[in-house]
Design a protein around this ligand. Structure first.
Ligand code: GCW
Length: 714
């Protein structure tokens, strides 16, 4: 009997597709079992290609490869409709058929598309049309997604257009290929061999970006190196740009503010100095000679040691506007980061960006957009929305999120971030009454912004699976989808990704999506529940270090953030504390400042409370904290068991890596729980509530752990 069971299990495993390394991402075009999706073959019988321009050619190639793979037949290509089931794609300019059809293309805008089932001369066909060729490419990917997720292909009437204009990845990639906060190998940009060797990966990168609507990429780290602006490196960047161009992905670079000194030999980088302005103008003109559609600059200035205009007693607007002036004739933009804080400033770190930027509202040039992190501190597992959202009506703000999981367990922890980003996007700033969500700030609707955008710090590297883990691919995917539509549901995105990346069987899809949807909350619980933040160990941010209190800068110490002592824990940001709540619209600030009204997930972010404070579960704060830490670990254990049960649906290679990573995650979740409980207990001297296991090791044990070679260091 046992043997029969074993054989059956082996059969299931073998039957679940051969090993895959994840390189194909969600663009996996494996043949569909015809019987389960009979309409497919009827709907993909011919591709009508309008013209072989680089972008339309890319769309044609993708459709041909994708549909042939999925349908398990060679889909023929032609230039006229020969059959029912033909797919016609193009722009009104490239395709007379599309020009002649009443498709309502005005609804698609410059980058959107329309997908319609129509009848032409008695033949029922599918049209994918857009006003621009890039729009057509986006539509082609959408159509493939329909097939990959087994959606109905009949009576299609889809209109989609992006709600933000600049949808960019930020690569924190250094020229030596080290990726700051990267956990997926080295940088994919092989600068040393460029431009002579152009890796085919760049094409696959561009395909993946375009498939989710990402239309730009900042190739270099915000902790910038002026060398990237030298002629040799511009030639290299131009070679990358050439590969990305057909896919509608524009190249941007980071601008080191002191480049006029470092490269130009000037004595100053003062943004009001005419020689400095002339240097940047000439540099920008030179960049456009290499990259005619260069997107512009991303700048981190006067933050964490980076040079900036304040070195010359100028402000952020002076700095940004100087670069904007140089870019303006070429239609380039400046993305100026608001991630600024200073140890010398005695106020709460969470308040500093607001304090510096709000007085500059309306003073930025019209091709500047200010890039604001989702929360006021730094990509923590959970932060309330950044108070700048809603506070700068006259300055376009874009939102920056971190796709790479610096603070959510690196590559090994399964944490789907669609839920986290939706949490911020759907947060209500209340600045113009109810419904003034962050999504409506960044899509420009609330304040009528002239520019809009969303940036994601990439989690991409040379690992075969691109992102360091199979499930981390979902975060790249979700970023693109949310930049396109900040109101899309995280669950729907997770479901698409799961179907496209793994399998369509509901017995697989629904548990996996459930796992993803709960995963980030589990991380919050085992790392820093109830609004705690920044309990990470120094520098590498791998693992817990709530005890750390000896760093040069006060605002780098975890003790600065949690403020635990014998009586209580948490950061008082209400009117009697740092008054950070006053930076929000009064209605929102009042909620945050009221310990009875603040969402409990932000309790200790905004309040310092006694250990016996009664939380909403009825448990005293200390017990609640222990309960949450333990619950986080429990959820990971359940995820592990859940995954084991899904073996029959996944190829052996991806199954095994995910299983191994979940085991690491469980181990590390325990480590987080135990180390944090041991530390807080050493501060408050309280016993553990009944029924909870004590930490496996002593506090000293956790304190002594060292990780000098943890990846991704800054
Ligand atoms: O999250 C922090 C990281 C730094 C990073 C910085 C930033 C690029 O620890 O590595 O520097 O944020 O966003 O500038």
């Amino acid at each position: 009997m046992n043997r029969i069971v074993t054989c059956f299990a082996a059969f299931l495993l073998a039957g679940s597709a051969s090993a895959e390394d994840g390189y194909d991402l969600w663009l996996r075009y494996r043949a569909v079992e015809a019987a389960t999706y009979p309409e497919l073959r009827a709907r993909v019988r011919q591709l009508v290609v309008p013209a072989w321009t680089p972008t339309l050619g890319a769309a044609a190639d993708e459709l041909q490869k994708g549909l042939s793979g999925l349908a398990g037949i060679d889909v023929p290509v032609g230039d006229a409709v020969a059959t029912s089931g033909a797919i016609i794609f193009g722009t009104p300019r490239s395709s007379p058929l599309i020009a002649g059809a009443a498709l309502g293309l005005e609804r698609a805008g410059p980058e959107g598309y329309v997908i319609r089932s129509v009848s032409i001369a008695g033949r029922s066909v599918t049209i994918i049309a857009a006003n621009s060729e890039t729009g057509v490419l986006y539509g082609a990917f959408h159509f493939l997604r329909l097939v990959q997720t087994r959606a109905s292909l009949d009576s299609l009437d889809i209109v989609s257009h992006p709600r933000t204009q600049i949808r960019v990845l930020n690569h924190w990639d250094n020229l030596d290929r080290h990726v700051e906060r990267g956990y997926a190998g080295q940088s994919i940009w092989d600068w040393h061999k460029l431009p002579g060797w152009v890796d085919t990966r760049y094409t696959d990168y561009a395909r993946a970006c375009a498939s989710v609507g990402i239309n730009g990429t900042v190739l270099t780290n915000v902790n910038a190196n002026a060398t990237s602006l030298t002629p040799a490196y511009l030639e290299k960047a131009a070679a990358i740009a050439q590969v990305l161009r057909p896919y509608g992905v524009r190249v941007y670079l980071t601008a080191r503010f002191s480049a006029p000194i470092e490269l130009g030999g000037l004595a100053t980088a003062d943004p009001l100095d005419p020689a400095v302005r002339a240097w940047w103008k000439a540099k920008v003109d030179e960049i456009y000679r290499h990259i005619p559609d260069f997107g512009g600059f991303l700048v981190k200035a006067n933050s964490e040691g980076q040079p900036g205009p304040q070195d010359y007693r100028r402000n952020h607007a002076d700095g940004a506007n100087m670069l904007a002036e140089a870019l303006k004739p070429h239609r380039g933009v400046v993305m100026w980061r608001a991630f600024v804080y200073s140890n010398e400033t005695p106020t709460d770190r969470a308040k500093q960006a607001y304090d510096e930027f709000v007085p500059l509202d309306g003073r930025f040039a019209d091709n500047v957009i200010v890039q604001v992190k989702n929360g006021a501190i730094d990509f923590q597992p959970r932060e309330p929305f950044h108070p700048l959202f809603g506070a700068m009506p006259k300055t376009p703000l874009m939102m920056e999120v971190q796709i790479t999981k610096e603070y959510l367990g690196f590559a090994t922890h399964l944490a789907y971030l669609g839920t986290m980003w939706r949490e911020t996007l759907s947060a209500d700033t209340l600045v113009k009454g109810k419904g003034s969500t962050v999504a409506r700030v960044i899509d420009g609707e609330l304040h009528g912004y002239r520019m809009t955008g969303m940036a994601g710090v990439a989690n991409i590297g040379t690992d075969r699976n691109w992102s360091g883990s199979h499930f981390d691919q979902a975060n790249w995917f979700a970023f693109g989808r949310l930049a396109w539509n900040p109101e899309e549901s995280a669950q729907a995105i997770a479901e698409d990704w799961t179907r496209m990346t793994f399998a369509n069987d509901p017995a697989f899809v629904s548990p996996v999506v459930a796992m993803m949807m709960g995963s980030r909350e589990a991380v919050v619980n085992y790392m820093m529940p109830l609004g705690l933040a920044h309990l990470f160990d120094t520098g590498h941010h791998y693992g817990p270090g709530p005890w750390v209190n000896d760093l040069d800068r006060a605002d780098w110490n975890p003790t600065y953030y949690h403020r635990a002592d014998a009586r209580g824990v948490g950061f008082d940001r209400g009117p009697k504390g740092s008054a950070a709540t006053a930076q929000y619209a009064p209605a929102a600030g009042r909620i945050f400042a009221d310990r009875d009204k603040v969402p409990e997930q932000f309790l200790l972010w905004f309040h310092h409370l006694p250990w016996d404070y009664k939380t909403r579960s009825g448990r005293p704060l200390w017990d609640e904290l222990v309960w949450r830490y333990s619950h986080g670990v429990d959820v990971v254990r359940q995820m592990r068991a859940q995954w084991q049960a899904l073996a029959p649906f996944v190829d052996a290679e991806r199954f095994a890596q995910t299983a191994a990573f979940l085991a690491i995650q469980e181990q590390e979740a325990r480590w987080w729980r135990d180390a944090c409980i041991a530390y807080f207990q050493s501060v408050n001297g309280l016993p553990l509530p009944a029924g909870f296991a004590p930490p496996a090791n002593s506090l000293d044990y956790y304190k002594a752990l060292r990780f000098p070679y943890a990846p991704g260091r800054g």
